[in-house]
Ligand binder design. Structure first.
Ligand code: FEO
Ligand code: CA
Ligand code: CA
Ligand code: CA
Length: 776
């Protein structure tokens, strides 16, 4: 019997109860569209930038990336003037649909072997847990392609026919990962299932090769570069929190190492050729007992709560004869109230208020170690169990939530958690790299009402560091300044530095007394609260426009915008929408994409201008909700994955549950303009904002629709633009059980009538049947 229900990200989304909204209300300035246009729409500025920006994988200066291929009529390095493919219609088919003349091929699915010793995936014979160290993980997410120079076997951004594809495996769909779904025996998870689950998390590095003529891509199964990083892989800490007592565990009392990475959602990549993987919804993996409340200091408790591991009071409720809670017509528990109509807490044996246990998402802490050491499972309980943090795992949650650097070309050194970039529900990272300037890494914290951050390196970017591996990471990602964004209602914004001793981040802070920079980065959310950052509608992916350096961030949706989070110019919509003609959805139902441009175009800028590039909406919605003018060819909901390819084509992917009564999740291609190209607008709820130029069929177009109940995420391309990779995550996630899958993808991609196969997350490569340039 399974006691585990499928995970939905809604479970971990609401932890920002900080009261910093007064900062948002300080400026009620009028929006001046003219000032934005005059200051940002300078063609001269854009032109200078286009020639000096290197972006993170910009190959503008490369003239040899067609080496060996026949000449094509399209200059692959040139941004197309308009989108040249037929838009894909919204649909609910159980297949990846691509434009006419394009071909979608499944490349790498859950359980696929990356080592010739291990056999192919078989639905009816699920491989052992340990074998998943050599198999594809589950729930494919962020992804990047690194070209490989065949002579040096190192990163070469110009190579398209041989490279390493690196991707995240965010979490798992236990229903289909195990032979008969997840199980518990006498309250404990079987060890083989837990090993399979831990190994199905993390990152894959796989070598791929592309045929120069057909553009067909294959995984090189016997490559020495193929490897899995899992929820157990040993990792080093570097940066501001490395060595801090906040990260001490029984595994590494000196706080120099930890094991594993998980909930790797969006990704990033560095200009020196390494991969960045993020740790997003990590907190739910930890169990905490109600009694732990009395083992913790008030300060520790504040930090645990802010990151979603607070404990709830065990209140008295009315019971049915079988002891289960009685519920009212709305399904709410009926609590027993005192004379003042307050709920009454239960008390423990010592007469103290009793708190409820928090359960971990997958119950890994319940496993009994016989294959692996018991310690590997005990670490998923965050309870204080010993007389010092160096002897237990109370700090385990502090060892996740970081940006992790992986050198795909170096399997010998440990991946590195780069703590100077802060700890939060990290989603994605975009690096803006300009030779001679410090690097800027833009990052989102994906939870309702969380923030957008930037890390600026102390070191200035030097292209000689390309292929510098982890040493380059040490140079650019340890020393620097961490900032959080504040968006003013007038279209300006500030980066506020999160540095110990600055901006009130010291012992005298009333909510959380900071005592070091390690404290500030480990509890970056509390620091950001204290300086009055703007609460956003769930910041997901970030990307930099290679033409002008503008930074785009997806804000996927926020059901509480307009209720617990008042609207503001940067998060201006709150409205109602019907799902399936039955369920009413509220708040910012369909999400938006904000963009900003640094003052003087400097990575080090401490202020910026912003507008909203795009509002998600249904085409039929009122014009003051559908503010970007979407039509049936390009309407979308819940933008999440997003990436500017080096030509300047913007790819937008959706992770949606609001418009899925009409269409499965999708990917669109866009040719955006620039900040200030639109107008002032007022949302249906009366909030003024700045919206970019309305889109047309030629500037935003649906490129792909995924199979049933999936999310489309992860984008990578070969530098010749002839192959684009995407991930299909959790198809069939609403299935009742393993025996009745609601999707049969990827089997349906080649056999649409298949009605029995297990759904599996997978990487898909899309090429043109004529071998041409994608969207060219
Ligand atoms: Fe894992 Fe924020 O999506
Ligand atoms: Ca609807
Ligand atoms: Ca995401
Ligand atoms: Ca998402």
């Amino acid at each position: 019997m399974t006691e585990l229900s499928p995970y939905h990200e809604d479970q971990e989304l609401d932890n920002n109860t900080s009261d910093n909204s007064h900062f948002r209300d300080i400026l009620e300035q009028h929006i001046s569209r003219r000032s934005l246009i005059t200051k940002t729409a300078s063609g001269a500025v854009a032109l200078t930038l286009a020639s000096t920006l290197t972006g993170c994988n910009d190959d503008d200066n490369n003239s040899s990336n067609n080496g060996g291929t026949p000449p094509t009529p399209v200059d692959p390095n040139k941004k197309p003037e308009k989108l040249n493919f037929s838009p894909v219609a919204k649909n609910q088919n159980d297949i990846v649909t691509v434009p006419e003349g394009y071909e979608a091929t499944v490349l790498y699915a859950l359980g696929d072997s990356i080592n010739p010793t291990y056999g192919a995936w078989d639905d009816n014979n699920i491989p052992s847990g340990p074998s998943f160290q050599f198999r594809s993980g589950d729930c494919h997410d962020g992804m990047h392609y690194f070209g490989m120079n065949s002579t040096t076997q190192r990163f070469d951004e110009s190579v398209s026919d041989r490279g390493l594809l690196v991707m995240n495996h965010e979490y798992i769909n236990p229903t289909f990962l195990h032979p008969k779904g997840p199980t518990k025996v006498a309250g404990r998870r079987p060890e083989d299932e837990v090993i399979r689950e831990v190994n199905a998390h993390g990152v894959s590095v796989i070598e791929i090769k592309k045929d120069k003529n057909s553009q067909k891509i294959e995984v090189v199964k016997n490559s020495v570069f193929n490897r899995r990083i899992t929820g157990s892989t040993i990792m080093d800490f570097a940066g501001a929190a490395a060595g801090s007592p906040l990260l001490s565990t029984a595994y590494s009392p000196a706080a120099r190492q930890t094991r594993g990475t998980h909930n790797n959602c969006g990704n990033g990549y560095t200009p020196w050729g390494t991969y960045l993987t993020t740790e997003e919804n990590f907190i739910g993996y930890f169990k905490r007992s109600g009694t732990d409340k009395y083992q913790r200091t008030a300060t520790e408790e504040i930090a645990l709560k802010r990151y979603g591991l607070g404990l709830s009071i065990d209140y008295q409720y009315e019971k049915n004869p079988d002891g289960t809670p009685k519920k009212n017509e709305k399904g709410e528990i009926i609590y027993i109230l005192d004379a003042q109509k307050n709920k009454i807490p239960n008390l423990d044996e010592q007469g103290r208020i009793k708190y409820l246990n928090t359960n971990s998402r997958y119950g890994w802490e319940t496993a009994v170690g016989s294959v692996e050491s018991q310690d590997l499972y005990d670490r998923w309980s965050a309870d204080v169990k010993a007389d010092a943090a160096t002897k237990d795992y109370r700090n385990s949650p502090n060892t996740f939530g970081w940006m992790v650097e992986i050198d795909p070309f170096d399997g010998r050194q440990n991946p590195v958690k780069r703590t100077s970039l802060g700890r939060f529900a990290h989603e994605d990272s975009a690096c803006r790299a300009i030779a001679g300037q410090p690097l800027a890494f833009y990052m989102g914290d994906d939870s309702r009402g969380e923030y957008i951050y930037k890390f600026v390196s102390e070191a200035k970017w030097d292209i000689k560091d390309i292929n510098g591996g982890y040493a380059a990471g040490d140079k650019y990602m340890n020393a620097g300044k961490l900032y959080v964004a504040k968006f003013n209602n007038d279209g300006t914004g500030q980066w506020i530095e999160l540095a110990f001793g600055k901006n009130g981040l010291n012992q005298s802070n009333t909510v959380y007394p900071f005592s070091s920079q390690a404290d500030v980065v480990t509890f970056a959310r509390l620091a950001a609260d204290a300086v009055g950052a703007t609460k956003m509608d769930r910041p997901e992916w970030c990307t930099v426009n290679p033409e002008n350096g503008e930074v785009y961030v997806t804000l996927t949706n926020n059901s509480n915008r307009g209720s617990s989070y008042p609207t503001d110019a940067a998060n201006p919509r709150s409205y109602e929408d019907l799902y399936n003609n039955t369920k009413t959805q509220k708040g910012n139902v369909n999400g938006h994409i904000i963009r900003f441009r640094e003052n003087a175009d400097l990575t080090t800028a401490e202020s910026f201008k912003w507008d909203i590039y795009l509002f998600g909406a249904e085409a039929s919605m009122a014009a003051n909700i559908n503010l970007s003018g979407l039509t049936d060819n390009n309407d979308l909901s819940s933008p999440d994955g997003m990436w500017f390819d080096p030509r300047g084509v913007l790819w937008i992917q959706t992770d949606d549950g609001a418009y899925t009564d009409v269409t499965n999740c999708m990917m669109l291609a866009a040719l955006p303009g620039q900040i200030g190209d639109g107008a002032k607008a007022t949302s249906s709820n009366g909030t003024e904002t700045l919206v970019g130029k309305k889109v047309t069929d030629e500037t935003l177009r649906r490129f792909l629709v995924g199979p049933k109940e999936c999310e489309i995420t992860g984008i990578a391309m070969t530098p010749d633009y002839k192959a684009i990779f995407i991930n299909v995550q959790h198809p069939g996630e609403e299935s009742a059980d393993y025996a009745s899958p609601s999707s049969n993808w990827p089997a349906t991609q080649t056999n649409p009538s298949n009605k029995t196969a297990r759904p599996r997350s997978a990487t898909v490569v899309i090429t043109r049947k004529d071998g041409g340039v994608i969207a060219g």
